[in-house]
Design a protein around this ligand. Structure first.
Ligand code: GTP
Ligand code: MG
Length: 185
């Protein structure tokens, strides 16, 4: 699939603020700092469209990006951000869990995992949550540029169903776009 257009549509802080036009959407979830926003920029070929940060916790809203006037990419706030207040963590949980369970337009969820660290405790909790509600998701290993070739091969062999990406060298872009295209056509 070729990306012709992409633009930021809106940010929402609750279900009532979400778009109503019924277009399919793909959500990107994962720990703070795992590289969600960077991956979106890489896939869209737009370096500054989605805000990224060295400091975790940058994204605090449900951010909608309209792609090819045809589907949405949804950048969600990361989990596991320890410095957030308890109120903010509870709020995160309520809004995001409701979104993941109830949103009809949600076509697939990409669960991002840092290839250097693998599945960590809070990733495991998210996976349990999704499994509990029978919500399908697709794992993506990020930041593969931080690994050497052998380590990437080993990871691929262990996780044949997953995508492997790097926002730095654009690894995995075509595969991911082809996969998304197969789900919307
Ligand atoms: P939150 O919005 O806080 O949840 O973070 P996020 O998951 O959106 O992470 P973000 O894309 O902001 O990236 C966090 C940091 O990791 C930034 O310093 C990025 O430059 C870096 N980063 C992201 N992807 C990659 C990658 O593929 N390779 C390398 N080397 N660094 C990356
Ligand atoms: Mg982000």
């Amino acid at each position: 699939m070729i990306i012709n257009t992409s633009h930021f549509l809106k940010s929402a802080s609750s279900m009532t603020g979400l778009p109503q036009d019924g277009l399919p959407e793909f959500a990107f979830i994962g720990r703070s700092n795992v590289g969600k926003s960077s991956l979106l920029n890489m896939v869209l070929g737009r370096s500054g469209l989605v805000k990224t940060s060295k400091k975790p916790g940058k994204t605090i809203l449900i951010n909608y990006f309209l792609v090819n006037e045809n589907f949405f990419f949804v950048d969600l706030p990361g989990y596991g951000f320890a410095h957030r207040s308890k109120t903010s963590r509870n709020m995160w949980q309520r809004v995001i869990e409701q979104y993941l369970v109830e949103r009809k337009e949600l076509t697939d969820i990409f669960l991002l995992i840092d290839s250097r660290h693998g599945v960590m405790e809070n990733d495991g909790m998210m996976i349990d949550f999704l499994d509990h509600y029978n919500i399908p998701f697709t794992p993506i290993f990020t930041k593969t540029d931080k690994l050497n070739k052998n380590a990437i091969s080993a990871l691929k062999q262990k996780n044949p169903e997953c995508f492997f990406t790097s926002a730095t060298n654009s690894l995995g872009r075509e595969e991911l776009l082809d996969y998304i295209e197969s789900l919307i056509t």
